[in-house]
Each structure stands twice: as structure tokens, then as C-alpha cells.
Design a protein around this ligand. Structure first.
Ligand SMILES: N[C@@H](CCC[C@H](N)C(=O)O)C(=O)O
Length: 300
């Protein structure tokens, strides 16, 4: 490793993938353009989110900073929380870790299978100001949207939930019958969402079984979105479409979501994958084609 290289780990949760930098002992500061260059799947390393692990100001195991592929910083990422929880638990050789985020403190728990991690994602926020929405809606189980170019009436009344980030969930009969790639960007930027929103299509497929696909704010279609799965579980239970313990199956695989009765917290359990270790040449970041390499010995 040369002086200007920084190590990274490539991980994913159900195919929602991350480049993770450890900035606990070195400073990693990147511009929006540099983040977008690293995230580009053709000319960079490629990721849905970039994660920077920092020292926790509150003194817990670590602080997790999250960036979408467009370079925007966001407060929550469920799949990354499981991945970083796994890294921290392996590092400390313990069965739990506490992660500070801009959305609060999150706890990760080992399950006995090193790749499978449970995370306490905290309580969902359900008031219109907390989503946030631009205008008052008393009942966030279904809000009426005015959307010109989208013709299907079913796509006008999503449930909205904040899981540390804003989500709109449209319950439909068949998630394949709607072109999420076409209307995802319109809904993400709808004026009712002043901070934009992650857009989910959800289909009830059985008792406590949901299929979903997600257009992520700042990214686009992803293989999975952990906070969207949590928000979908909460919304389905609030609408009495399911109970409080569901399996949400995304294109990348299933997540077990339980909205606990005892304290209102959302528990999420699912797989993580450590893809490879690598090193990034910091001197090439502004060329638009960052140079990086895999570390052979790290491959898992
Ligand atoms: N993939 C994530 C969510 C990442 C942030 C999201 N795109 C946003 O802008 O809020 C997850 O697994 O939760």
C-alpha cells in the first residue's frame, strides 16, 4: 500500500452494496464529485451507498456516516447498519455492537450465523411533520397525492413512514405491473416530500408475507433497501394488511421485520456479505476515474 492509498471493504446486504472506509484513525473527507466518481459502476468501484466509519462522539463502538451514490449524505441505511454491525462485532469478538448515526443510536446483534445480523432500527416516526411532508396529513397510513403523469389511481395514495429517512409505500396487487423506473424519480421528487423520499411498491403475497421493490432516493432501483423493508412492515401492520412480524422479500432476498409490541422498535434480521478488501489511490480521485485494486488475501 502506498502512502496515498486508503483501504476499503466492499460489502452488501442482499445485493444493496457499499464501499466502506474506516476513518477512525485517519481522516477521509471527500467531495460530492469524488463520491460520485467512486460510486460509478463503469469507471469507479461502484456502490449504492458509501459508508464512512468514524470514532463515535458519544463513545459507543463507532459512528456511521452514509452517502448515497449521488454524493448526498443521508441519516439511515438498514442494510449498511447490518454490515457495519457485523464488522464491529467481528473486530471486538462480541455478540453486539452499538452504532451511532445521524438518526440515533442503533444496536446490532449476532444471530449465531456470522453473515446474518439483527439490528434494532428504533421507533418509526409517523407524524406528517416527522416524515417530513410539506403539508398537513392527519392520517399517514394513506396520503392523497396529486400526480399528473402517473395514470394508475392506486399510485396516488401511499403510506408514509420515517425510519431515520423518508419512505412512501404504495400497496398494489402486483408489483411487476408498474414501471417503478419510470415513476420512481417523479415520486422521489414530488413537492409533498421536501427532503425527497424512497419509493416502495409492495404486494401482500401471503399471511405476513410481502414482496417489495424500491426506488431509492439519491440512487435509483436497488436490489434491496433495509429501511424500506422496515417502513413497509410498519405500514402494512398499521393498515392491518399483516401482523407486526413479516417477511419482506426484495429482489436481493428476504428480510425478517418485526415491529415489536413491547417498545415500538423495529427489529430487522437479514444476511450480509463481505465481498472483498481493496485500496483506493487518493491521488486519482479528481481524474473522474479513480484507480483502485483488490487485496487478494482479503477475499471472502
Ligand atoms: N439502502 C438503504 C437506504 C439508503 C438511504 C436511502 N437511499 C435514502 O436516501 O434515504 C437501506 O438499506 O436502508
Amino acid at each position: 500500500m502506498t502512502a496515498r492509498e486508503i483501504p476499503f471493504v466492499k460489502m452488501n446486504g442482499l445485493g444493496n452494496d457499499f464501499v466502506v472506509f474506516d476513518a477512525r484513525d485517519v481522516s477521509v473527507r471527500l467531495t460530492d464529485a469524488q463520491i460520485a466518481a467512486i460510486g460509478d459502476r463503469r469507471s469507479g468501484i461502484g456502490f449504492d451507498q458509501m459508508i464512512i466509519v468514524e470514532k463515535s462522539p458519544l463513545g459507543v463502538d463507532a459512528f456511521m456516516r452514509i452517502y448515497n451514490r449521488d454524493g448526498g449524505q443521508v441519516d439511515a441505511c438498514g442494510n449498511a447498519t447490518r454490515c457495519i454491525g457485523r464488522l464491529l462485532m467481528e473486530e471486538k469478538d462480541t455478540d453486539r455492537a452499538t452504532i451511532e448515526t445521524n438518526a440515533g443510536l442503533l444496536m446490532a446483534f449476532a444471530t449465531g450465523d456470522e453473515a446474518r445480523v439483527t439490528v434494532d432500527m428504533g421507533e418509526p416516526k409517523l407524524e406528517w411533520q416527522q416524515i417530513p411532508l410539506a403539508e398537513e396529513f392527519r392520517d399517514t397510513r394513506a396520503i392523497e397525492l396529486q400526480i399528473g403523469p402517473i395514470d394508475a389511481p392506486v399510485l396516488h395514495s401511499p403510506a408514509v413512514v420515517n425510519m431515520g429517512n423518508p419512505h412512501a409505500i404504495f400497496f398494489v396487487d402486483d408489483i411487476e405491473a408498474h414501471d417503478l423506473e419510470r415513476f420512481g424519480p417523479l415520486l422521489e421528487h414530488h413537492p409533498v416530500f421536501p427532503e425527497h423520499a424512497n419509493i416502495t411498491l409492495a404486494q401482500i403475497t401471503g399471511e405476513n408475507e410481502i414482496r417489495a421493490k424500491v426506488w431509492e432516493r439519491g440512487v435509483g432501483l436497488t436490489r434491496a433497501c433495509g429501511t424500506a423493508a422496515c417502513a413497509t412492515g410498519v405500514a402494512a401492520a398499521r393498515k392491518r394488511l399483516t401482523g407486526r412480524h413479516v417477511t419482506v422479500t426484495l429482489p436481493g432476498g428476504p428480510l425478517d421485520i418485526e415491529w415489536r409490541e413491547s417498545d415500538g422498535h423495529v427489529m430487522m434480521t437479514g444476511d450480509t456479505e463481505l465481498e472483498f478488501f481493496g485500496a483506493l489511490d487518493m491521488d486519482t480521485l479528481d481524474t473522474g476515474k479513480p484507480v483502485w485494486r483488490r487485496e487478494e488475501q482479503g477475499a471472502a
